[in-house]
Design a protein around this ligand. Structure first.
Ligand SMILES: O=C(O)[C@H](O)[C@@H](O)[C@H](O)[C@H](O)CO
Ligand SMILES: [Mg+2]
Length: 392
């Protein structure tokens, strides 16, 4: 039996790049009694230290457990934690341990993760670019950077054109957002999909005004148009607009996901393996989504291990729309950490084929990348924006 002998977690980072949250990652290492190692990764947005503490608690609960028993191990933590399904810190810590466990399981069985999940429904993964618009302020800035994205072969790109507008969008803010979107649409042409990111920061009347102004540019979807807890607003948005709604990156349990689908409030579900419980829980949500004809567009905005494991989910699921990718805009150390193991080719990601998650971690880099002290914080710009875009 492959018993879990040690679960470790480190905050890794170097310089602040495309955004603060993208400049850190929490790396989780699971080691078994027979020396097998699995890698997981989880959230860092202002919670890195808290998540590390939860991983230490999970280590206490799961040490000695069989790494293959992913359901039992989850239930064991659920039994002890009492708040697993309502605590982001707890669910992200467990998610990383779950991802690392599946990495070991694949290595033990000599199979890439997608083969354990359901094989290949697609041979490569259509991706959309994010992170490409760092420091873009004017419409010309956005157009110029968008052209570079298309030159790399991407067929879709996402961006947040709303600057520092929050809750209520001003007329000036709406005019400038439209100019930015129009500039991108003109730069990329009609055959490339543009996806609008709101970062869940508007009241519903602003979100509806935005939809009415931007629908002529035919966005593939409108992501998190209203504040994430504003269910009544989302219902009103659904009644007043015809655009597709994408959401889910903040969902931390399958019951929340079910609610949005049961109420018809989501077209494209963006759960993230690092928030909802890793591979084990994501598999369940994918099946619920399939039953509601909801397509998957996994959120994937952290680091290279999370990116790789998400590609295995994309490989097998029947209800796939498109995959988010920051890969080409990762700080170099994130690519070097996995020997640049999951490159994007002409707008598609290649599915890793080696056993487990299918990437190798450059362990020699870990010590040098360990962040000492407090996470970086910039009071001028929220942690979740692409750096240098909280401007009008
Ligand atoms: O859709 C996305 O990729 C996310 O909204 C990112 O833009 C966030 O900034 C990040 O997830 C914060 O942790
Ligand atoms: Mg988002």
């Amino acid at each position: 039996m492959s018993k879990i002998s040690e679960i470790e977690a480190y905050i890794l980072g170097r310089e602040i790049t495309s955004a603060q949250w993208a400049s850190l990652m929490v790396l989780v290492k699971v080691t078994t009694s027979d020396g097998k190692v699995g890698w997981g990764e989880t959230v860092s947005a202002l919670r890195a230290e808290a998540v590390i503490n939860f991983v230490k608690k999970i280590n206490k609960v799961l040490k000695g457990s069989d790494v293959f028993n992913v359901e039992k191990n989850r239930l064991e933590w659920y039994k002890h934690d009492f708040n697993l399904t309502i605590s982001l810190e707890s669910t992200t810590a467990l998610s990383a341990v779950d991802i690392a466990s599946w990495d070991i399981i694949g290595k033990e069985l000599g199979a890439p993760l997608y083969k354990l999940l359901g094989g290949k429904t697609r041979d490569k993964i259509l991706v959309y670019a994010n992170g490409w618009y760092q420091n873009c302020v004017t419409p010309e800035d956005f157009a110029e950077k968008a052209k570079e994205v298309i030159k790399k072969g991407y067929k879709a790109l996402k961006f947040d054109p709303f600057g520092s507008n929050f809750t209520y969008i001003t007329k000036r803010g709406l005019d400038l957002a439209e100019k930015r979107v129009r500039a991108v649409r003109e730069a990329v042409g009609d055959d490339v999909d543009i996806l609008i990111e709101h970062h869940g920061r508007f009241n519903v009347d602003s979100a509806i005004a935005i939809a009415k102004r931007l629908e002529k540019y035919n966005p593939l979807f409108m992501e998190e148009p209203v504040h994430p807890e504003d269910i009544e607003g989302l219902k009103k948005y659904r009644l007043n607009t015809g655009l597709k709604i994408a959401l889910g990156e903040r969902i931390i349990n399958k019951n929340q996901a079910l609610y949005f689908m049961k109420e018809g409030l989501v077209d494209y579900l963006q759960i993230d393996l690092y928030r909802i419980g890793g591979v084990t829980e994501s598999k369940k949500v994918v099946s619920i989504a399939e039953a509601f004809d909801v397509l998957m567009a996994f959120h994937n905005a952290q680091g290279p291990i999370l990116n790789a494991v998400t590609l295995h989910m994309d490989a097998y699921i029947p209800n796939f729309l498109i995959q988010e990718s920051f890969y080409d805009w990762f700080p170099q150390w994130k690519k070097d950490l996995i020997y640049d193991g999951t490159p994007i080719e002409n707008g598609y990601a290649i599915i890793p084929e080696k056993p487990g998650i299918g990437i190798d971690v450059n362990e020699k880099m870990i010590d040098e990348l360990k962040v000492k002290g407090e996470e970086y914080f910039n009071p001028e710009e929220p942690v979740w924006v692409v750096k240098g875009t909280w401007k009008d």
